[in-house]
Design a protein around this ligand. Sequence first.
Ligand code: NI
Length: 166
Amino acid sequence: MALLDILCFPDERLRTIAKRVEKITSKHQRLLDDMLETMYAAPGIGLAATQINVHERIIVIDISEDKSNPYCLINPEVISHSGKEKMEEGCLSVPETYGEVERADSVVVKYWDRKGNEIRLEADGLLAVCIQHEIDHLQGKLFVDYLSKLKRDRIRKKLVKQQRLM
Ligand code: NI
């Protein structure tokens, strides 16, 4: 397994729209393992393939305390949602930055697991927020897009400066 580099805002590659996976191959199995390892090492609770510059509809999530409940979602699609909830969000592509985002409070998501089984998952609370956040990445969207332009510009400046110093 390998740790992958995570793209950081305002990198334009984060704006790429991911393509649907037509067939799960051994390359995808390796990618999922690497994505999980990268997410756990960061540490984070979700990672979309877009963030590691692979533009396929793949995300990994684990909101458990002890890394015991990994989800691999291939071609995820929200098929219904309800309620509204505001939660403070962060993102591995927007380091050390947090902002409140309003999203659906519960979602039903359809996806393939890593074996290609079609799964329908009902999620609420943190898991629902995480799924919506990661699916956004696949459409080239970041949580900072929900904040005011003023806040987003401030975050952009801060991160550009930090990246220059690295
Ligand atoms: Ni993110």
